[in-house]
Ligand binder design. Structure first.
Ligand code: SAM
Length: 276
């Protein structure tokens, strides 16, 4: 069975990926709601207007996070220059069948036109988008500049483990400004554990729909009230410390297969379960 377009709770559409057995966005939360509440708002970017904003995204997908972020950042501060760099394995040709409602519609059409021509360096008004095609693990090492925010939006850790390992997050930490924010929809224990081991402070983002919250993490950023993030509860903190499942995925060479990464993790978990 191939990929197909599916509806989401907020009326927007997404794609179900046959390779990953998952949709690109939460069907129950709504694709656009998720972009806004799990990525842009907790990234703090709206609340620290700047002449230039630099965002790095893991998993460009259909370009929804990009479109939602750019439209709101430019509304907030029209002269901002936005430099957006995104990792992506391949652009899904089904994007040709998608459209977005206003205020995103026009901008999304302009983006799609360029993407469907195979462009990976795209300039729209004061926005510069650079898509790094291929395995993000290979591309990440070549990047040297730093970013104000990292959006981590790969498929789920179980399905796409190579982008949720300690070693991959270590690369992302190198690319994130110390006071910048890494945001993701995932709250999985191996993900939060990897971030914690790397010295990040971890917060919950607000829940969207009926789903759990996401994660916002920073090395030395100060959480702002408007970003709608809140500290982990004592129960969550404790689980992150003592649960046998709270071990990070490992990929020392940034080259292991998905299966190898998951098998290493499961082995580690069963060792910990036996010693508890
Ligand atoms: N952020 C997207 C949006 O706003 O539309 C949705 C991203 S979707 C959940 C995850 C994306 O990660 C997919 O487009 C997939 O092709 C990409 N991906 C998965 N594994 C990858 C890898 N190893 N390297 C680069 N991209 C990868």
């Amino acid at each position: 069975m191939g990929d197909k377009v599916v509806g989401t709770a907020d009326g927007s559409f997404t794609i179900w990926s046959s390779e990953f057995g998952e949709s690109y966005h939460s069907v129950s939360a709504g694709a656009l709601e998720e972009s806004l509440k799990k990525f842009l708002i907790p990234s703090h970017l709206l609340f620290k207007p700047n002449k230039e904003v630099k965002i790095l995204e893991v998993g460009f997908g259909l370009g929804y996070n990009f479109t939602v972020s750019v439209v709101h950042l430019l509304r907030n501060s029209p002269n901002t220059e936005i430099h957006y760099v995104a990792f992506e394995k391949e652009i899904n040709p089904l994007i040709g069948e998608l459209s977005l409602p206003e205020p995103y519609g026009d901008f999304y059409e302009r983006l799609k036109e360029q993407l469907l021509k195979g462009r990976t360096l795209i300039e729209i008004d004061s926005v510069r988008l650079e898509i790094l095609l291929g395995d993000a693990r290979r591309k990440v090492r070549a990047l040297k500049e730093t970013f104000d925010a990292v959006y981590h939006d790969a498929f789920s850790p179980r399905r796409n483990p190579e982008l949720w390992t300690f070693e991959f997050f270590r690369e992302l930490k190198r690319l994130l400004r110390k006071d910048g924010w890494l945001v993701t929809y995932s709250t999985a224990l191996p993900v939060r554990r990897a971030l914690k081991e790397l010295g990040f402070k971890i917060f919950n983002t607000q829940p969207v729909g009926r789903r759990s919250p996401g994660t916002a993490a920073t090395i030395s950023g100060k959480p702002l009230k408007e970003s709608e993030i809140y500290p982990l509860s004592p129960k969550e903190e404790r689980k992150l410390e003592i649960s046998p499942k709270a071990v990070s995925f490992r990929d020392p060479c940034l080259c292991l297969s998905r299966k190898e990464i998951l098998n290493r993790y499961l082995l580690e978990v069963s060792k910990r379960e036996r010693s508890f």
